[in-house]
Design a binder for this molecule. Sequence first.
Ligand code: FUB
Length: 355
Amino acid sequence: MRSNLNPILLISFALAVNSGGDSFCQSAPSTASRVSPKPLVSHIYTADPSAHVFNGKIYIYPSHDIEANVPQDDDGGHFNMRDYHVLSMGRIGGKVTDHGVALDLKDIPWAGRQLWAPDAAYKNGTYYLYFPVKDKQDVFRLGVATSKSPTGPFKAQPEPIPGSFSIDPAVFTDTDGASYVYFGGIWGGQLQRWHTGQYEPKGSKTDLGKDDQPALSAKVARLSNDMLRFDGPVKDVQIVDNAGKPLLGGDHNRRFFEGGWMHKYKGRYYFSYSTGDTHLLAYATSKSPVGPFTYQGVLMNPVTGWTTHHSIIEFGGKWYIFYHDVELSGKTHLRNVKVRELIRKSDGSIVTITP
Ligand code: FUB
């Protein structure tokens, strides 16, 4: 994630028509509805919405954007968020409730600054809030906090998740009960600083590698039974093209940048993500939750604002995408969350949304 100001981006891109790997039968999706929904709330700025259905109700775990008057820099220093609020709604289009502060930076013993995009999960009577924040050495780590309520307040664990790094955790629980956390983000998300397996404090965008070499991958780790640790090694979320070749670092229209999300539809695993500097939400599919994933196409064209970040849920027999733009503020670090229906073709491929 970086700091460019709020362009309204019109970017042309190629939609993949796949014939190999995990592929769809139908041709590239057409463009979905052009009717733009309204922000879900306007009394605070919210972004990076991770939505879940708990007990028949929709809960949204967003970032809480604030004007912290931090100058923009290339590492996203102006995204200087300090707490999380949880939103809920009984139905799409219904009243949205803000449940207030669910976790505050000051109550995370190891945290330094910048509470970025969170996610949540539920297991055995406990709700888990996963979050990225820079530690006191200014290195992004993933933390976890727990509550007996989906709206918190959440109590943070005293230390980050051991072996965690970078940003944007997204937790997916499979139909067999196994939970996985997908994470990572390049540039301001520091993923490139871990390309040797150790943290390189002077790491920069040059560590992204060469344009003709495989792109940096998002990461995935299985979660332990208590949901508080990684259970096993951190693995690459490899994304390949329809010939089975890894996407390259120079393929900015298709390669992973940040904001990963996993959902399952008719037995197939859909890994979706932001392409960052090309401002697309793209997706890739696999027969396994840990991939490799075959690139399929674009979920959503660029929104207003530099960042684009989303989640996908099923509710009441329909599928929805939660995302953000900057309709309320016009500023790239003061965002607002929205929701709209996600339309699929009969083969499971997703119709591209143009916001
Ligand atoms: O909200 C801060 C960062 O902006 C998130 O972690 C990224 O995904 C981007 O949306």
